[in-house]
Ligand binder design. Structure first.
Ligand code: SF4
Length: 328
């Protein structure tokens, strides 16, 4: 057995683990089960002082896209789901109550930022079934003077382009779309269930045509796989062509939960790289020293060459990852 799926102890389940265990199954596909889960609060305060947003909203627990590098897998451990693969196979949709959400928004002060999708993708396949992100946006369309952000790697976000345009009339709105490579085959390996890169670029175009600002994130940059000048420049150029205003890319980090999935993936698909990865990530989850410096220089040069901005200043993913444990 690759991963230990047994509960850590025989103590009765409590809190979110108890809620998860009692959640009714809504539907089961061959590989994925969908549950509905109660939530005490939809709008969470971000505790990290360096965070670029104050409030976070995550409509779903777990994410079917199953990116090999995903750093959010740990979140299922809170529900006593210890196999990292459960993260992409047991998806929990939070029960949405518009009136409660509206009253929760009273704690958000004018000008404070509310970011949707800081832990899991708000436009993952479950959204087509449950439409919770859409319902959240419909409530946000009744608000004013908020800074609203969304992070996704799904073209489904384009479904809401006109609604985002409406929200933008009285608020600030920005979307971060992740595109790590234009190589569809490589993307399929690394982000197996996520929409193809060309579909994501079409979504960038639909959003920018609707007047919504978009940053394309090349995160995570995987050493020796997506860190070439050619790859990064191709993504940046395509992002610009589709109307994005910013391009940003940072090196892969591997927390223990993501390492448990990513390393076997590298060993199987890129065996020639496994010793390099072991050396790079043996000591630290984050790369230090010359590599991240060189990557930053490379991205800066590309961004400048193509007249883009380096990053949307409201989102710095490597800082976000430090305090994500508090987001649930
Ligand atoms: S889309 Fe984001 S949350 Fe979903 S699996 Fe990929 S990295 Fe994780």
């Amino acid at each position: 057995m690759l991963f230990d799926t047994s509960p850590s102890c025989d103590a009765p389940l409590a809190g979110i683990a108890k809620l998860a265990a009692e959640s009714p199954v809504i539907e089961a596909k061959q590989r994925v089960e969908y549950f509905q889960i109660e939530t005490r609060s939809f709008v969470g305060r971000c505790s990290g002082t360096r965070m670029p947003f104050v409030w976070t909203v995550n409509p779903y627990r777990g994410c079917e896209f199953g990116c090999k590098y995903c750093y959010a897998r740990y979140a299922h451990e809170f529900m006593e789901l210890r196999d990292p693969l459960q993260f992409e196979r047991k998806i929990y949709a939070k029960r949405f109550q518009p009136d409660l959400f509206r009253s929760e928004l009273r704690k958000v002060k004018n000008g404070e930022s509310v970011w949707i999708g800081t832990a899991t993708d708000p436009y993952q396949p479950a959204e087509r079934r449950h439409g919770i992100t859409r319902q959240i946006l419909e409530v946000l369309a009744t608000q004013r003077d908020l800074k609203i952000g969304i992070t996704s790697k799904s073209d489904l976000v384009a479904r809401d382009a006109q609604l985002l345009r409406t929200i933008r009339e009285r608020n600030m709105v920005h979307v971060n779309l992740t595109i790590t490579t234009l190589d569809a085959q490589l993307a399929r390996l690394v982000e197996p269930m996520a929409p193809r890169p060309d579909l994501r670029l079409k979504a960038v175009r639909a959003l920018t045509d609707a007047g919504v600002g978009v940053t394309v994130l090349g995160n995570p940059v995987m050493p020796f796989i997506t860190d070439s000048e050619q790859n990064l420049e191709a993504v940046c150029m395509a992002a610009k062509e589709a109307g994005a205003m910013c391009f940003s890319a940072h090196a892969l980090f591997l927390k223990p939960c993501s390492k448990a999935v990513f390393m076997p993936f590298i060993e199987k698909l890129f065996p020639q790289l496994i010793w390099k990865y072991r050396a790079l990530y043996q000591e630290n989850a984050y790369l230090r020293g010359r590599y991240p410096e060189m990557l930053a220089e490379r991205v800066d040069a590309i961004v400048q060459r193509h007249g883009m901005s380096r990053r949307d200043p409201s989102y710095i993913p490597e800082q976000f990852a430090e305090s994500q444990l508090s987001l649930w």
